[in-house]
Design a protein around this ligand. Structure first.
Ligand code: NAD
Length: 440
């Protein structure tokens, strides 16, 4: 069985590498030739723990190959996973141009039965568009070739992607034919030896499951941030509230952490796209509209706290930001809360010094020298008027508070992830502010 993975980003590359790890042969395709050249040399274009070793091992075994031309390899492909990006369009709906480009190339070059699986997150109805696009190209060249479409949304978390893929909670496959189901059962059998299910659904439901899952998780985050803000006002502690409600088995303890709002390549765009899908059908998703509104406010909550602390005068202040990636263990900065903070701080006339264990190259690529970069945590704190903890990398968890006080111009910490102990900060005479608890 010859399998192609189209798109070698966070999802495509992890999918390909993990499928190769269980013994399948994969051809990875990407239009980005620079990426393909790197990958041929065994260099991963993204930071994902555990990926480098697995990638190299499977290239050496000959199970992973790379090309920039789908047209060239298409005739020999039996199964194709499409994992190209679906960024937000100008109006917030999912931009399907890359998904449909791939479908077009498939239709122009396929020579035999192919199962075409969409792994990208796409609105309900996209599989039908893919089917129509492929069929149109086949008709244009008068080719009568059978094919099936399927939807197999991906649930991996960046930073934990390998383990999520190798040991998934569940795999969702939307299919429209027994033949497609049989192929997917075969491919995924090695990944469900732990007894977790492959859930087969109709195609529209599979497409919806991905959006509903992300929307639910985003809702929990915004809900807790809203409660956290109220906790501060009324004098409660959101960490205690989290423990209290999280131990209710109907609620569960995951995704209940208050912070600086959700970011990343998925939640913001998927919440937006689902709202747009509903709008398109004349239905208004009121809960999700509020989820988005709360998140927009929460992304600047640290700025507001800092601005209050300095009574609206941040001009000339030197602010240290710890963490640029949208979450730990990734270099991904798409929709990262740090970006919005940096904008607000520089607009207010502050100078920003930042440090992130892996995302500084990505930050340079995105915002260049708009900010300064520290060599490490402590160098970044030198002469700072405030420290803002934005991403909870493990190496930030324990601070040498004597060093912090010695290095900073003013020892004040705004903890956007509630990782420090306010009593300890008080003992060390550091002004400390967190989310969802009054500390002053
Ligand atoms: N990143 C995540 O954590 C995650 C998790 C689950 C689902 N998803 C979804 O998976 C999809 C991919 O996300 P990602 O983060 O991997 O994206 P990405 O931007 O990291 O990668 C997409 C890749 O597709 C390539 N590409 C674009 N058009 C192409 C074409 N015509 N032919 C070949 N390659 C092409 C791009 O060059 C890029 O390398 C999106 O729909 C996303 O919503 C992402």
């Amino acid at each position: 069985m010859k399998i192609a993975i189209v798109g070698t980003g966070y999802v495509g590359l992890v999918t390909a590498t993990c499928l190769a790890e269980v013994g399948l042969n994969l051809i990875c395709v990407d239009v980005d030739e620079a990426k393909i050249e790197k990958l041929k040399k065994g260099i991963s274009p993204i930071y994902e723990p555990g990926l480098d070793d697995m990638l190299q091992r499977n290239i050496e075994k000959g199970r992973l190959t790379f090309t920039a031309s789908l047209a060239e390899v298409m005739p020999e492909i039996d199964v194709l996973f499409s994992a190209v990006g679906t960024p937000p369009d100008e109006d917030g709906s999912a931009d399907l141009q890359y998904v449909l480009d791939v479908a077009k190339t498939i239709g122009q070059h396929m020579k035999k039965y192919t199962l075409i699986i969409t792994k990208s997150t796409v609105p309900v109805g996209t599989a039908k568009l893919v089917q129509d696009t492929v069929q149109k190209e086949l008709d244009n060249r008068g080719a009568k070739i059978e094919f099936d479409i399927a939807s197999n949304p991906e649930f991996l978390k960046e930073g934990d992607a390998i383990s999520d893929f190798m040991k998934p909670d569940r795999i969702v496959c939307g299919v429209g034919s027994p033949r497609a189901q049989e192929i997917l059962e075969k491919i995924y059998a090695p990944f469900v030896l732990n007894g977790h299910p492959v859930i087969f659904t109709d195609i529209a439901s599979a497409e919806m499951i991905k959006y509903a899952a992300n929307a639910m998780l985003a809702t929990r985050i915004s809900f807790m941030n809203d409660i956290a803000n109220l906790c501060e006002i009324v004098g409660a502690d959101v960490n205690m509230v989290r423990k209290g409600i999280g131990s209710d088995s109907r609620i569960g303890s995951k995704f209940l952490y208050a912070g600086v709002g959700y970011g990343g390549s998925c939640f913001p765009k998927d919440v937006k796209a689902l709202i747009k899908t509903a709008d398109h059908y004349g239905y208004s998703l009121e809960v999700l509209k509020s989820v988005e509104k709360v998140n927009d406010q929460q992304k600047i909550v640290l700025f507001d706290k800092l601005n209050n602390y300095y009574q609206g005068d941040l001009k000339g202040k030197r602010i240290a930001i710890l963490g640029l990636a949208f979450k730990p263990n990734t270099d991904d900065m798409r929709e990262a809360p740090a970006l919005e903070l940096i904008d607000k701080l520089t607009e207010a006339g502050a100078t920003v010094y930042a440090y992130d264990p892996v995302a500084m190259e990505e930050s340079q690529r995105r915002i260049g020298n708009k900010i300064h970069y520290g060599k490490d945590l402590y160098e970044t704190l030198e002469n700072a008027d405030a420290m803002l903890l934005v991403t909870e990398w493990t190496e930030f968890r324990i601070l040498d508070l004597n060093k912090v006080k010695f290095l900073m111009k003013k020892a004040v910490i705004f903890d956007g992830r509630n990782i420090y102990n306010d009593e300890e900060m008080k003992k060390n005479e550091i002004d400390y502010f967190c989310i969802g608890k009054r500390t002053k």
